[in-house]
Design a binder for this molecule. Sequence first.
Ligand code: GLA
Length: 381
Amino acid sequence: MNPKTPPLGWNTWNTFGEKINEQLILQSVDKFVELGLKDAGYEYVVIDDCWSMRERDPKTNEIVPDPVKFPRGMKFVADYVHRKGLKFGMYSCAGTRTCADYPGSYDHEFLDARTFARWGVDFLKYDYCDMPFSGQAEFYYRRMGQALRTCGRDILFSACNWGSEDVWRWIRTTGAGMYRSTGDIFDAFESTKSIAVSQMPKFDTSAPYCFNDMDMLTVGMYKKGNVAHGNAATQTFDEYKVQFGAWCVWGSPLMLGCDIRSMDKETLALVTNKELLKINQDPLALQPYMPETCWPNKEEPRVAARLLEGKDLALMFVNFGENDAWGRFHLERVGLPYQSGMKLKMRDVFTKKISYSGRDTVPYHIPAHTCQVYRCTPVNA
Ligand code: GLA
């Protein structure tokens, strides 16, 4: 059954790339529970690319876990994850080879789905490298979709063709529960910004049972790891707040990508911020929108709004630009003109402070590369 709210978890790729093994997974799973990530709602532990041998077993044709990295096999890892009350995710690819050149599932979809089911896999991230024919994503994803539906185990299908080939038009026909709507993230603010901005015209393509996936978070990586390349790489804590805030308000799945074994307190507090997670997991899962007219000037401060369960709405003030921004946000942009007689009671999800808007406007000051997120309730002015 596909989820009604965005899936939450942790994935190995952003920090570890090919440097994965059983010990790392087991330690991370222990830490996952110890740090309270499970209690906060995180559920999936996902092993990305590079877990297998370079070739399939010549006799059975099955993909074989690398015995050096995973000496006790994947079922052992899955059982461990399940004993901790979590769910286990793995990775394959729609093409003949994965993006890091391990065996892909092309023409072995049904065999692989049955193998994953036997191991106790609950989630499959499915990539899009080394395709026999280009421009056919829909057909390849439909094959694995059917293979998963018929494999005898409930496995969440997480498609990853990077938003190409108008994926939003057909992805729901494959049974996927989430799908990458962007290219790969890297640990720099320009990546956070370009992914967040790229979703604005796609807000209406994300919905319950199949969410736009903005890629694994780099929050808390601080330049340690696989996707922390380039001189510009790494972000400040404020920039990570922008990333996590946008992923929450935009309604993306939240897959942590840092090394959770050494996550600092500040990062932990951010990714377990109950009020932000509650916005991300709002039961209505409605799309956000950009109520200001300044769009599409990319350097302008932006206000994002999203209706939440009951009377509430989320407002995010975010400054992707290089200069501090001062201004006034007009509440008529969220359907509350002066004549409504209402103002907003605004609860800052970071500071927990409550403030009130005016009857028609909210003044704001947003320093460069920062954000503020409020849970707001319309009240009589
Ligand atoms: C692609 C995906 C990444 C990651 C790598 C693994 O680039 O988009 O998220 O899974 O492949 O090789």
